[in-house]
Write a new protein. Structure first.
Length: 160
């Protein structure tokens, strides 16, 4: 995305649309890429701790620089894979990461009974929710993103 107006809609507003569903605890942004949604949510919630995780060193260097320039003391940037991450967060957020079943397979080792997974999805998730293993329960929420005429869904999954 190169058009600044599209950047605002597809990155900034899209990320902010999850705020009503974001809990108060520490948040792990898996596959943060350029810091989306983690940096945006950290600006909106300056008293909340965020860990931004990505396996791409170039991307984590960029996010570290953005963190410094924005003065975000509530953000920790981690270069690594989720399979090696060991701290159990209150919630995990992912955007355009993988299918729900693949996400859960990767995240289960760091999820406690109270950890919530927030999966930002572009399309309907009814079929994915129907195939969740019985130890998981999920709810989908339709998100409204100003200026975007495409479906956006947030799926919140936790242990049943």
């Amino acid at each position: 995305i190169r058009d600044p107006r599209e950047m605002v809609t597809r990155h900034l507003l899209d990320s902010l649309a999850v705020l009503p569903y974001l809990g108060e605890g520490d948040t792990l942004d898996v596959g943060t890429g350029a810091g989306i949604p983690g940096i945006i949510l950290a600006v909106a919630r300056p008293r909340q701790a965020f860990v931004l995780l990505d396996s791409n060193g170039k991307k984590t260097r960029f996010v570290r620089q953005a963190r410094r320039e924005l003065g975000l003391d509530n953000v920790e940037v981690v270069h690594g894979r989720v399979e090696q991450y060991r701290k159990a967060p209150s919630q995990i957020i992912c955007r355009a990461f993988a299918s729900l079943s693949d996400m859960l397979a990767l995240m289960t080792p760091i999820m406690t009974d109270n950890t919530r997974l927030l999966a930002m999805k572009a399309a309907s998730t009814e079929e994915e929710l129907a195939t969740l293993p019985t130890q998981w329960q999920g709810r989908h929420h339709t998100l409204t993103v100003p200026g975007l005429d495409e479906p956006r869904t947030l799926v919140v999954v936790n242990k049943a």
